[in-house]
Write a protein that binds this ligand. Structure first.
Ligand code: SF4
Ligand code: SF4
Length: 97
């Protein structure tokens, strides 16, 4: 396995953008009976993920983290970094307003 992703369900709103962004068409929407959303993104075939990060880059809610395998460790390559950056920008804008 070259890479894996994690989808944060507390952020996913089931918009489906990631399902069209994945060049390997690996992501799917799973229907759920949730109070706020009707579906969540899922990756049924984790082993087929190549870690291209397209899903994470396109997700408007920063719900996806991509990890790439380096030696025997999975290292975060996107998602969290965007989130930390966006949180910093938001707090800066709040201070300026
Ligand atoms: S793009 Fe993001 S919010 Fe939309 S379904 Fe995919 S993970 Fe969820
Ligand atoms: S990292 Fe690339 S291959 Fe893996 S699920 Fe996301 S878009 Fe698809």
């Amino acid at each position: 396995m070259f890479a894996r992703i994690e989808i944060d369900r507390s952020r996913c709103k089931g918009c489906g953008i990631c399902t069209t962004a994945c060049p390997r068409m690996l992501l799917e929407l799973e229907q759920v009976s949730d109070e706020f959303v009707s579906s969540f993104a899922v990756l049924p075939s984790q082993e087929k993920c190549v870690g291209c990060t397209q899903c994470a880059v396109m997700c408007p809610d920063l719900a996806i983290d991509v990890y790439s395998r380096q030696k025997n460790e999975f290292v975060g390559v996107t998602g969290r970094a965007f989130r930390l950056y966006s949180n910093k920008v938001v707090s800066l804008l709040e201070r300026l307003s």
